[in-house]
Design a protein around this ligand. Structure first.
Ligand SMILES: Nc1ncnc2c1ncn2[C@@H]1O[C@H](COP(=O)(O)OP(=O)(O)OP(=O)(O)O)[C@@H](O)[C@H]1O
Ligand SMILES: [Mg+2]
Length: 214
């Protein structure tokens, strides 16, 4: 049986992490297949170390967009080789909380590295491993940021991407919508504003509609 690779994408606070668990649980119950969850950046021992560098600001030394691109690339290379490809080879369904489309959008559209350069790095590190279906959870920027703020209230969180200006998050939202517009066969855009339960239903409907085998 062939493995299936799904990713959840979208801006801050749209509900990717929340939906990853809900969708994984539903598919575990209904598909009878092995379900493997992943997150980018992270998921392997080395990739989790790189995640720390990407997420925690270093005082006095900003990370250049080029550095971010290389670190995400390194992470995705580790994830593909040590986690995603072996799982797909076993016939599992792999669901990842973000992956290379986030790199295209964040480092390309938002940090303004040439999209061809980002795409070339993504292709180089993934060696042909790419999502069968990309679910974009679309939400107005203000609502996403409000959700993320609510989540982080109390917990002293210092995430370099969450604290970026609203224009950055708008560029991110438009970037995902543009990717989906250009490749409608491989992307599904889901309205992430309704309740968790409703969003899960919409995601599962999109998965069943696009991937009849699940
Ligand atoms: N449909 C929903 N309605 C209301 N609140 C939600 C919904 N989905 C998620 N939330 C809440 O919004 C917050 C952000 O959700 P979550 O952490 O899943 O987003 P995320 O996309 O993973 O964000 P990030 O990009 O920062 O990792 C959480 O507190 C979560 O409980
Ligand atoms: Mg998350």
């Amino acid at each position: 049986m062939n493995g299936i690779f799904l990713t959840l994408e979208g801006g801050e606070g749209c509900g990717k992490t929340t939906q990853l668990e809900r969708v994984a649980e539903a598919l575990r119950a209904s598909s009878g297949r092995e379900i493997v969850t992943a997150r980018s950046p992270g998921g392997t021992a080395v990739a989790e170390k790189i995640r720390d560098i990407l997420k925690k600001p270093e005082t006095g030394e900003d990370l250049l967009p080029e550095t971010e691109l290389m670190l995400f690339g390194a992470c995705h290379a580790q994830m593909c080789e040590h986690m995603i490809r072996p799982a797909l080879a076993r016939g599992a369904v792999v669901i990842s909380d973000r992956f290379t489309d986030s790199t295209l959008v964040y480092q390309g559209c938002a940090r303004r590295i040439a999209p061809e350069t980002v795409a070339r790095v993504n292709d180089f590190v993934c060696r042909g491993t790419r999502p069968d279906l990309v679910i974009v959870l679309d939400i107005p920027v203000e609502l996403g940021l409000r959700r993320a703020k609510g989540r982080d209230a109390g917990a002293k969180q210092d995430d370099r991407f969450d604290s970026a200006p609203v224009a950055f998050h708008t560029a991110v939202r438009n970037g995902f919508l543009e990717l989906a517009r250009r490749d409608p066969g491989r992307f599904a855009v889901i309205d992430a504003s309704p309740s968790e339960e409703q969003v899960t239903r919409s995601i599962l409907e999109a998965i069943h509609a696009r991937l009849a085998i699940l």
